[in-house]
Design a protein around this ligand. Structure first.
Ligand code: F6P
Length: 326
């Protein structure tokens, strides 16, 4: 029998569509298993400031379709200090909370891992980030919605690019990872994709554009991940424009639009499965693990493993761009 009677849930780091669906699943999964639940406002910062609210089934009504996070999010500097973490622990004790579910990305799990070790405290993580850059899970909550936002935006830009025969460099989010750019590029039929994982071969890009945009195509779209090593879409567009003043070049940076909006059905289902699985993991005495999804099955991934490894891009997907952009 598990000794856990009361848990708390928080969202931390960059918000992602589907976080609310995950909160709902954690809260209802807990109640289903006769656990009391509290919500922590503004991630670890709220824990330090003892900003917690009681949650019941009704507190999570009507949120599955909402973007953002009803618990709000933050990147807490105080939680990086031992004093901050001690205060957070004291507040958990004060509120009789036996375990924590944290929803976020690698920054969130790094904090969770340290905290769990320092206080021997049970924490289970749920991967929520549009970047999809967490090792040990095929998907992170929010990625699918953001991907669809990217594709919708690129489709629209394609209309105007084509009307004016322009070359567009479109920058997408992803921090140090190219998942959004790569999949977004495949799905929107981009002519080229530049990702942080592979050093940009400027000469190759230049000659490709000379042969495609210049010679044959009415428009071209290059998707650039924000972490691309040459400096991103603006920098590359500058270089290309300098070399080819005759090209009609434009840059579009999609920005935070990628983080908002109603979550896709896929994200809602993944979030719901992961949320309930997080409660089951805690009741199964799991500690310091992230809930992952691999081949459509739920897996437990130790924080150490999720944080130590870099998730690779699928080489087949990279190859697809080359094959399909001829
Ligand atoms: O991790 C999610 C993410 O949206 C990244 O893609 C991006 O680099 C970063 O967060 C932006 O963070 P902020 O909202 O703090 O500017």
């Amino acid at each position: 029998m598990s000794t856990i009677r009361k848990i708390a849930v928080l969202t931390s780091g960059g918000d992602a569509p589907g976080m609310n669906a995950a909160i709902r699943a954690v809260v209802r999964g807990a109640i289903f298993n006769n656990l009391a639940v509290m919500g922590v406002m503004r991630g670890y910062q709220g824990l330090i400031q003892n900003d917690l609210v009681e949650m019941n089934s009704k507190s999570v009504s009507n949120i599955i379709q909402q973007g953002g996070t009803i618990l709000k999010s933050a990147r807490s500097k105080d939680f990086l200090t031992p004093e901050g973490r001690q205060t957070a622990f004291d507040n958990l004790q004060k509120n009789n909370i036996d375990a924590l579910v944290v929803i976020g990305g690698d920054g969130t799990f790094t904090g969770a891992r340290i905290f769990a070790q320092e206080f021997n405290y049970p924490i289970v993580g749920i991967p929520g980030t549009i970047d999809n850059d967490i090792f040990g899970t095929d998907y992170t909550i929010g990625y699918d919605t953001a991907l669809n936002t990217v594709v919708e935006a690129v489709d629209k830009i394609r209309d105007t690019a084509s009307a004016h025969s322009r070359l567009f460099f479109i920058e997408v989010m992803g921090r140090d990872a190219g998942f959004l750019a790569l999949r977004g590029g495949i799905a929107s039929g981009a002519e080229a994709v530049l990702v942080p994982e592979i050093d940009t071969d400027y000469e190759r890009l230049d000659s490709f554009l000379r042969n495609s945009y210049k010679k044959e195509k009415s428009s071209s779209i290059v998707l650039v991940a924000e972490g691309e090593k040459m400096g991103g879409a603006i920098k590359i567009a500058e270089e290309i424009s300098k070399k080819h003043p005759d090209y009609d070049v434009r840059v579009s940076i999609l920005g935070h639009i990628q983080r908002g909006g109603s979550p896709s059905a896929f994200d809602r289902v993944v979030a719901s499965r992961m949320g309930v699985s997080a409660i089951e993991a805690l009741l199964d005495d799991q500690k310091s693990v992230m809930i992952g999804m691999v081949n459509n099955e739920i897996v437990y991934v130790p924080f150490n493993k999720a944080l130590k490894n870099k998730k690779p891009l699928n080489p087949k997907s990279l190859e697809l761009i080359d094959i399909l952009s001829i």
